[in-house]
Each structure stands twice: as structure tokens, then as C-alpha cells.
Design a protein around this ligand. Sequence first.
Ligand SMILES: [Fe+2]
Length: 297
Amino acid sequence: MEIGNWRSVAGMDATYREARALGVETNIAELEAFGFTVVPPEKNGASKDFAKRLMAKVAQLAAEEDTSQVDLNKHENRPAYGRQLFHLLAKDPLFIEAAMNPVVRTFGSYLLGRSYLLYSMVAFLKEAPARSTPMHCDSVGVPTPLPFYGSVCNVSWVLTDYTVENGTLGMVPGSHRFCRHPTDFEQPKFVGGPMDEAMVTPVLAEPGSLIIFHGNTWHCTYPKTSETARAHIATAFCRNYINPAEDYSDLSPDLIKPYGDELARLVGRKAWQGYGAEGPKLDDMLLVRPAYQTMYG
Ligand SMILES: [Fe+2]
């Protein structure tokens, strides 16, 4: 059917038209039904060598980084194994291009509303065999019961082959509707828990794919048994009232400029929150009002 300019849907009309134009309606249906989906490289609109360029940049940053400066590395009981490279957005314009990809942003606005914000952008790199990441969902700090809608979402650029041997993500299909965090009793056997592994399905994806999942979806990683590198970049978005995990106040205006107001808004430069006695900036407040798009432009 034709999607009109419908004032009752808080911007979903525009987002859905974008999804249709990008050819990802089936992925939206899969997200609704199962809580996750995979967009193959030929549908993400990026150049053929985009994943290769991202991988080269991640490898370069990993080689240059002083690992002792990463707080997580000091903890024995860290939740994820291998390297995690944080705050990518400020490190290279290539990561901004990855976050601003139209398919990536369409899923952010579909799952979180058009006032969504960037929450974090982190590379997960495993160069050697590694243990599993335990079952969890990405709604960090949101107490059970979770709302049925996502507070956050994860749009991950896959940079290498994602297979079981390479320690791909494991999902519990439909768990976005459980509306709670998994307990210790729901850890699969390959993580060391009692849950039947048949509940978990591996996400198989080639380099350049996007793995997208709802913030409530239970996921873990398979133990990585291969010697080949495995990497993805998790671009996480959140609803407007969630406190983003990463602080983008150090992001240079020169990096924001080419992408204009939309990137400025995504990284909090147009946040209406945080005002003092002068009160909120009305223009910024109007930006996040659902009626704004239909009433004013
Ligand atoms: Fe996660």
C-alpha cells in the first residue's frame, strides 16, 4: 500500500518509506518476528571494499592502542574476550561513514523513533581462539521487566566471515518478547550454563553484512576455535531519554560538518536536555517532538 503522510504515527511513515526505498522491509519483518535480522552486503548500499577498509582501520587502531589504558583490560571477569576498541567515531571519518549509512540509520529510527541517539560504536576483535561471551541483552541498566519496545538497538558491521568456528553471535529467536534479562539458569552449555543449546541459533554472515538486533534480544557468542581473525563493529543507538554510553563532546566539529544537523543531533549537539536557568532551547526541543515533522516541516 502507499504510505501517506500520517500524523498519528510519530514519524514512522517517513522511516517506513525509507525502509521500502532501501529494500529492507523483509528485514523489518524478521526483526519483528525474531528480534534479529541480517542485511547482506548487496543491500547495505556501501561500496564493495567497505568492510575491508573498516577492517584495515580496526587492525591499525588495535596495533597502535596502548591496551593498558583500556579499563576493561584490568578486570579478570570481563564479559567479552579479545580486544574491544571504544569511541571509534572520534578516531576516523570512516567510522562516521559507517554510522551514517542510510540502512544503518533506518533501523535506528525504526526501532527507537526518529529522535534516536548514537549510544556507542565499538569494535570487537578476536585474533586468537576465545571463550564465549555469556548470554545477555544490550539493555544495560534497564531493569527487568523490560518494555516490549527496545531502549537500545545494535547494528553491527560484520568485517570477517561469521561462522560458528569463528565465534559468531548466538541468538535466542523471539527473546525480544520475553521482556526480561536472561538469568544464570539460561546460559547455554557452551558458556558453562545449563540451558539447552538448541535454544540458541548462530548468525551466519559474510563480510560487509549488517547484523541488526532489538535491545531485548538475548545473545551470546560461540566459543571461537579458529585461528583466523574475527571482527565486527557494533553501532548502538538508544532512545532519546537514555543516557548514551559514550561521550561525544570531544568530537571535532570538522568531523560533524559533512553530515550536517543529523549527525549533530545523533551525537547530542542538539540535545534539549541539560539546560540551566535559561531553560531549554525551543528549536532543539521541537526537533524531538513527534508532531514536529508533520506540523512544521
Ligand atoms: Fe551484546
